[in-house]
Design a protein around this ligand. Sequence first.
Ligand code: GLU
Length: 450
Amino acid sequence: MNAYVSRVIEAVKAKYSHEPEFVQTVEEVLSSVAPMIDQHPEYEKADLLTRMVEPERMFTFRVVWTDDQGQTHTNTGYRCQFNGAIGPYKGGLRFQPNVNPSIIKFLGFEQTFKNSLTGLPMGGAKGGSDFDPTGRSDAEIMRFCQSFMTALYRYIGPDVDVPAGDMGVGGREIGYLFGQYRRLKGVWENGVLTGKGLSYGGSLNRPEATGYGAVYYLLEVLKHEGETIDGKTIAISGFGNVAWGICKKAMQLGAKVVTLSGPDGYIYDPDGVSSSEEKVNYMLEMRNSGRNRVQDYADKFGVQFYPGEKPWGVKADIIMPAAMQNDVNMEQAKRIAANGVKYYIEVANMPTTNDALYFLMEQPNMIVAPSKAVNAGGVGVSGLEMSQNSERLVWTAEEVDEQLHKMMINIHKVSAEAAEAYGLGYNLVAGANLAGFQKVATAMMEQGTF
Ligand code: GLU
């Protein structure tokens, strides 16, 4: 591998041994782009890679809130404005007890290249808090969001940094965050957040966008292989917003999603979660209940529930991990390969450990698609929401869907072409990294060293 790339990876490993997820994503991205670094000796002179792995700005803040019993709680808030070379910082907020600097940094780093792949002018960022929303009342969620925004509002803005949702942050939370931003700033700047409600500047199809985009990307992969989606079985993990979008689109296209998972285990529905609107809509109810349990689906529809297990032993044509980081490790990857799965389509951010990812990529009959390309439709439609807000108009659902579909076709195309250009064949993982990296690198080089 390119000596400069190796040196930077080793330096990151040594400096951030306490941030394993961040080290993992740096290794994955930088080793993919090594062939490009070979061709650009000027990058080393400008120390581009070390600059690229150092967030432009990252800060924590105290978030104090009071529960319904009058007890005060204190959480840590985070925002990592990783790279602003190609546009205002952009990326979601995650509320989950395991949020820490490593998770926020890995997500911000991934976001930088993902946002670049959308073709829209958005830099990379991520934020959130170690707050656990499970079982919290609506009033508690509102007070938490208000406190969070009170600390954050000075550092964001429509041309500065535009947060959105991620795990634990959906339309309800964005509403409370926006309300507090407006109250504190005394301005109508609805471009400051995306994933908003339709009554105050949200985009049609934003809730569906990540799942729909993932399926549109899958269609391109299938087309490349001369296959269609009709009648295919899909095993997915997760049961949140992204999983819901996949099921909804799968239902329209005649594919069968047979599994969902949660922290409590997974369910297997041989008829398909995507077989009826009632089932797909029930996913929203499960999410809104705040119980964070997928067993409720099994209880309601009389299907099998497997407590404490992941769905990766299930035989399906397509695997789409759509839950969280490192959901598939080496042992589970071996089960997936042994089942003869042909399509491994990552959806959640970094759902596969690096050893498992490389193992799956080596399987002769398997096609692996990387999350930073597959899930880019979510932030892509956030970019379209920003455009609508600055134009002060609302696009129809059809217009947004058409743009999203085009965007996903293009992301697949530029990834495949980038891999091909470096002699790597149909390597979508390397291709996405190369294509996403190139634009950020060029912008940084042209803007001088800082
Ligand atoms: N959290 C989502 C992601 O991982 C969406 C970010 C956004 O819309 O800004 O890309």
